[in-house]
Write a protein that binds this ligand. Structure first.
Ligand code: CAA
Length: 244
């Protein structure tokens, strides 16, 4: 059984990815932030549904924390075959009002995390001649978004990272891709002010609705599979047609 690590794997989109990957037959390790008080409850609820996960509290913004986490995953679950860099935060603000702390927090959690986690798994994937790194970017990284100069910078940064790493590791059976969701029905998106959502976002989505996390999780499952071995260095957009 292949081993998958999903960062932020208990959250809105992360939970869907964890559940779908579990259903697809992976042994799944999920990470959540240190101090998350819902870990036991989450694991318990999953168990009631017949799903076993391993959970790790890790600050993905911190290199040493990631190193320790992946070493534990390797000894307790197995060497990591699939890494899904899903953990992310928003600190939306118009740029003129944005503080350094808002910029810094988003850069560290959304982009440094991709370096911190990928570094821990890449050597093993190359040695075994098989691996998948899937970075959850965002439509807003490609198109920009009012109030998200920090977040969009991290999501656009993932594209450059992904293409560069894909070039370096393609010959050794490791693929690296991004997925760029549009607006999904998750807590992150539902925190957008209602007036902005109703007037500036929903009317611009051609399919006329928010996306479902499962619609993204299915893409993760596909990119993780052997069938997707010829897909690397690319982005799969799933945004209801909002950005083409
Ligand atoms: N386009 C154009 N104008 C916009 C706008 C937009 N998308 N959003 C807000 N504005 C306008 C407002 O209408 C308002 O105009 P007036 O002054 O003429 O009334 C002005 O900008 C200021 O807006 P606010 O009163 O809301 O100002 P604020 O400082 O309180 O908040 C904001 C600004 C933080 C950007 C807030 O509007 C906001 O949260 N917007 C949503 C940002 C967003 O889309 N975030 C995505 C989160 S989900 C996600 O990130 C997942 C993903 O990957 C897709």
């Amino acid at each position: 059984m292949r081993v998958a690590v999903i960062t932020g794997g208990m959250g809105g989109l992360g939970e869907s990815i964890s559940v779908k990957m579990h259903a697809a037959g992976y042994r799944v390790a999920v990470t959540c932030s240190p101090g998350n008080k819902h870990v036991d409850e989450w694991l318990e609820n999953q168990k009631k549904e017949g799903r076993e996960f391993k959970a790790y509290q890790v600050d993905v913004a911190d290199y040493e924390s990631c190193k320790e986490c992946v070493a534990r995953v390797a000894s307790e679950v197995g060497p990591v075959d699939v890494l899904v860099n899903n953990a992310g935060i928003t600190r939306d603000s118009m740029f003129r009002k944005m503080t350094f702390e808002q910029w810094d927090a988003v850069l560290r959690t959304n982009l440094y995390s991709v370096f911190n986690m990928s570094k821990q798994v890449i050597d093993g994937m190359l040695e075994r001649g098989w691996g998948r790194i899937i970075n959850i970017s965002s439509m807003n990284g490609a198109k920009g978004q009012f109030g998200q100069s920090n977040y969009a910078a991290t999501k656009a940064g993932m594209y450059g990272f992904t293409k560069s790493l894909a070039l370096e590791v393609g010959r050794k059976g490791v693929t690296v891709n991004t997925i760029s969701p549009g607006y999904l029905g998750t807590k992150m998106v539902l925190s957008v002010p209602k007036e902005v959502m109703d007037t500036k976002i929903l009317p611009l989505i051609p399919v006329g609705r928010l996306g479902a996390p499962d619609e993204i999780a299915d893409i993760v499952v596909f990119l993780s599979s052997d069938s997707a071995g010829y897909i690397t260095g690319t982005d799969i957009a799933a945004n209801g047609g909002q950005y083409m």
